[in-house]
Design a protein around this ligand. Structure first.
Ligand code: ATP
Ligand SMILES: Nc1ccn([C@@H]2O[C@H](COP(=O)(O)O)[C@@H](O)[C@H]2O)c(=O)n1
Length: 223
């Protein structure tokens, strides 16, 4: 069932909203809430990088070797399923979703995401998606959808993000914080906010507060 959108109409037609930000800043939770309110799907670009990383780790392929990785991806095509309740990632008949947020994928994914060939592979899949949708990641508003209708960029201090993530992971807060800082450093090249993005510090806000801030900032649409 679709939630009521903020302006009394569902978003329809060719509309893209981008939500980028640093690691664990709330991108997927916020994108999901915004998309539900608008009655549109959301897509988590990070899942494609995570899935490529998981397959490479399982195959024992070097994470820095684009050629071997892309050969593997062509042999095992990935499918991103953008459902209202969340994104699911499939490799053929096998669902990978629950395996994509492990610590080993967290640690390897930035190396894979640094490969231009892998970025082009992800970008092509995202640009083929039918609008409307909400897209979240690092470079949705800059590189992939520079023409997006509305752009947001989420931040929060490493400590706040680590405390939130500690509810989901076995590691303690200092270890998670150190890993987030390192992942931000490795992802820095593709993680700059778009000049026309609204930057939101989620630190003092609840999840509902961030979602409400974004919905209030969206241009009204007619059905
Ligand atoms: N404003 C908020 N207030 C409280 N908790 C939040 C807020 N935003 C997100 N969270 C919580 O923080 C955690 C991380 O959020 P989420 O997974 O959506 O971040 P992400 O940016 O998509 O992470 P990643 O970059 O690792 O994929 C989740 O447990 C989520 O519920
Ligand atoms: N647009 C994007 C999205 C993600 N990445 C890389 O994938 C990693 C996992 O992404 P999450 O959003 O799930 O944290 C991330 O650390 C980046 O290495 C990217 O480069 N561009």
């Amino acid at each position: 069932m679709r939630a009521a959108p903020p302006h009394g109409t569902l978003y329809t037609g060719r509309v893209i909203v981008t939500i980028d930000g640093v690691a664990a800043s709330g991108k997927s939770s916020v994108a999901s809430g915004v998309a539900r309110a608008l009655g549109v799907p959301y897509v988590s670009s990070g899942l494609l990088y995570r899935a490529a990383t998981l397959l490479a780790l399982e195959a024992g392929a070097p994470l820095e070797g684009a050629r071997a990785l892309l050969t593997h991806l062509r042999a095992h095509p990935l499918r991103l399923e953008a459902l209202p309740g969340g994104n699911r990632l499939w490799a053929g008949e096998r669902e990978l979703t629950d395996e994509l947020h492990s610590t080993r994928v967290d640690q390897g994914v930035s190396a894979v995401a640094a490969l231009p060939e892998v970025r082009a592979w992800v970008d092509a899949q995202l640009r083929a998606l039918p609008e409307p949708f909400v897209a979240e990641g690092r470079d949705m508003g800059t590189n992939v959808f520079p023409h997006a209708d509305a752009k947001f960029y989420l931040t929060a201090s490493p400590r706040v993000r680590a405390e939130r993530r500690a509810q989901e992971r076995p590691e303690d807060v200092p270890a998670i914080e150190a890993a987030l800082i390192e992942r931000d450093r490795r992802d820095r090249v593709q993680s700059a906010p778009a000049p026309d993005a609204r930057v939101i510090d989620t630190g003092p806000l609840s999840l509902e507060g961030v979602i409400g801030t974004i919905l209030a900032a969206l241009p009204a649409r007619s059905a």
